[in-house]
Write a protein that binds this ligand. Structure first.
Ligand SMILES: Cc1cc2nc3c(=O)[nH]c(=O)nc-3n(C[C@H](O)[C@H](O)[C@H](O)COP(=O)(O)O)c2cc1C
Length: 181
């Protein structure tokens, strides 16, 4: 009997150590996803830092049709906004239901979130989750994009987002949110 108890304790301890019952990302208030779209790489660096700081999983929103070079991209992005388009992205998040917190990152495009970020948000049932926007820009504020994020992340609570100059802005913000791993 004693041996059986010991064996049970060893198995329990091993499982606990290996999984931490879900990993560190869950300790600070749920399992975390860091989804981002980045055209030139700035937002990608911020996203990678958020994933490193929180222990969250990264998902890159890759356009099904890649955006053209900069000058043409300005026109394509403007047309998408004017047409309220929902450009498709490649692949998808395998198990969105498992996440409690979804960071969504993007560059500010034409004083708003790029339409593809809205495609992403509208592709999932985000109700009951916390959605936290982050962005990079040439100077436009994050607030320009918040109405769109709110409308597309229906049923989610929108957390305190950030407009980041770069990865260096991430640590104090993540710790103020209480999501540092
Ligand atoms: C199509 C397009 C539209 C943009 N519109 C804005 C804008 O309205 N305001 C702004 O401050 N920067 C604007 N920018 C600049 C980007 O927001 C900025 O360079 C951002 O950091 C790029 O992020 P990324 O490297 O992740 O793509 C725009 C850039 C592009 C390509």
């Amino acid at each position: 009997m004693k041996r059986m108890f010991l064996a049970f304790a060893v198995v329990f301890a091993t499982v606990f150590c290996l999984t931490g019952f879900g990993g560190k990302a869950e300790a600070a208030g749920g399992k975390i996803l860091v989804a981002y779209f980045s055209y030139q790489g700035h937002t990608a660096k911020v996203a990678q830092e958020i994933a490193a700081q929180t222990g969250g999983d990264l998902f890159e929103i890759k356009p099904a049709v890649p955006y053209p070079a900069y000058d043409e991209c300005l026109d394509v992005a403007k047309a998408e906004k004017n047409n309220n388009a929902r450009p498709a992205f490649e692949g998808g998040v395998a198990n969105m239901a498992a996440y409690d917190v979804v960071f969504i990152g993007y560059p500010i495009w034409w004083y708003d979130a790029p339409m593809i970020a809205l495609t992403f948000l509208e592709s999932y049932d985000l109700s009951g989750k916390t959605v936290i926007p982050f962005a990079t820009s040439g100077g436009s504020p994050l607030s320009d994009s918040l109405d769109s994020v709110r409308a597309s992340a229906s049923g989610a609570t929108i957390g305190e987002g950030i407009l980041a100059d770069g990865p260096g802005d991430v640590a104090p913000w993540i710790s103020s949110l209480g999501y540092a791993k």
